[in-house]
Design a protein around this ligand. Structure first.
Ligand SMILES: NC(=O)c1ccc[n+]([C@@H]2O[C@H](COP(=O)([O-])OP(=O)(O)OC[C@H]3O[C@@H](n4cnc5c(N)ncnc54)[C@H](O)[C@@H]3O)[C@@H](O)[C@H]2O)c1
Ligand SMILES: [Zn+2]
Length: 355
């Protein structure tokens, strides 16, 4: 049996992230440490349900919880008002009360949408996150951002709701298709570029699958610190959007056919090339970032035009007034926020698509 690592996130209220093998089998007992016996609505998708739902409901019931479950069709295309509305109606039909709980079992789509449902239902009930993708393990299950997509863009309706607990069962990663594993690698490589050259270096030979626990713990540890200092994204937390201005634009331009992690990888490669071309970096970063992404099965560019991307990006929520805040890599492990006039975004993206 592998050992379980824990990381405390000191938000108000605080919570614990547990990382290790076998956690879904013991999730009932573990959640009893933070929840009195109550009704738990497990929200999951059509791919994850046949793999892990029974394990979770069995463990929860064994620990004295009353369990119901809702399954939606897997994929980003479900992260919308229609599915959210169906989940909320389900919670009401199951008569969940303020003292009950939602459990998000799945990847980032499930976590974001079930978290948002928990944040809206009865003006907010508790939520626990049970991430099953590398992306949700290293990033989306921690930090309390929940959302759905609108036609106007990615994650445009949402709420902040810190989970009551996060149980990250690393055994789940074994059933991930390689391209879904790669989506998580993109966010972890992003974390390396933001804060930790040695984490970035773990990805440079493309053999990460061997030790995901260490990567997850380092990414969660970094994100927890940022979120503790800036829970509502007034300042420092914006750094976590590295690669996301162009990434979200790529997702939107593709009609959400390109997954988030792949889009973020391309967005990271583009902004690294722009930053270097415009003389904003302290050392060359673009070739090293692109090589690392490619080693991990991720794209390093996009076929969408700079015009299409700039237009899509400017409909996005990160635009405030006449400026847009970009995250610029200075070197591997150090990034900074840079406010630029919206009119400059197009030439900046253009610089990143060339070369
Ligand atoms: N809230 C945040 O802070 C935050 C951060 C980063 C990303 N996100 C969001 O996360 C979403 C992307 O998350 P994702 O990449 O996990 O996508 P996802 O939830 O769609 O999962 C990807 C695919 O993998 C399947 N899957 C999940 N677990 C599996 C397993 N163990 N074995 C086999 N298949 C499995 C899913 O059914 C799905 O088809 C995006 O919507 C993005 O906006 C949110
Ligand atoms: Zn992301």
């Amino acid at each position: 049996m592998s050992s379980i690592q824990t990381i405390q996130v000191h938000t108000a209220p605080a919570y614990e992230v547990s990382i290790g093998g076998g956690l879904l089998h013991t999730c009932g007992q573990r959640l009893r440490e933070v929840l009195a016996p109550c009704r738990v609505a497990v929200i999951t998708d059509s791919t994850v349900a046949p793999l892990y739902l029974k394990t979770v409901t069995g463990s929860l019931e064994g620990a004295g919880f009353t369990v119901c479950s809702y399954i939606f069709p897997a994929g980003e295309g479900s992260k919308n008002f229609t599915t959210l509305s169906a989940i909320l109606e389900f919670l009401a039909k199951q008569r969940l009360t303020r003292t009950d709980c939602v459990a998000a079992l799945g990847g980032g789509v499930t976590g974001d949408m079930a978290g948002f449902a928990a944040a809206c239902y009865l003006r907010g009930i508790r939520c626990v996150q049970l991430p099953t993708t590398l992306l949700s393990a290293v990033d989306s299950s921690v930090g309390g951002k929940t959302a759905i997509d609108l036609k106007a863009g990615k994650n445009l309706a949402g709420a902040f709701l810190q989970p009551a607990a996060v149980l990250c069962d690393t055994d789940c990663l074994r059933s991930l298709p390689p391209e879904v594993f790669a989506d998580g690698a993109a966010e972890a490589i992003k974390t390396g570029v933001l804060d930790d050259e040695s984490l970035f270096a773990l990805f440079e030979d493309g053999t990460l699958t061997a030790a995901p626990e260490e990567v997850i713990a380092r990414c969660v540890g970094y994100k927890a610190g940022v979120v503790e200092r800036d829970e509502k994204e007034q300042g420092e937390r914006r750094l976590l959007n590295l690669g996301h201005t162009v990434g979200h634009a790529i997702e939107k331009c593709s009609g959400y056919a390109i997954p988030h992690g792949h889009a973020v990888a391309a967005g990271l490669a583009v902004i690294a090339r722009s930053a270097e071309a415009l003389g904003w970096t302290e050392e060359p970063v673009a070739a090293r970032i692109a090589a690392c992404l490619a080693k991990n099965g991720l794209p390093t560019g996009t076929d969408f035009s700079a015009e299409a991307l700039a237009e899509a990006a400017l409909a996005d929520k990160k635009r405030t007034g006449g400026d847009i805040t970009l995250v610029i890599p200075k070197k591997i492990g150090v990034c900074e926020l840079k406010k630029v006039p919206v009119a400059e975004l197009l030439p900046i993206i253009r610089a990143g698509l060339e070369g």
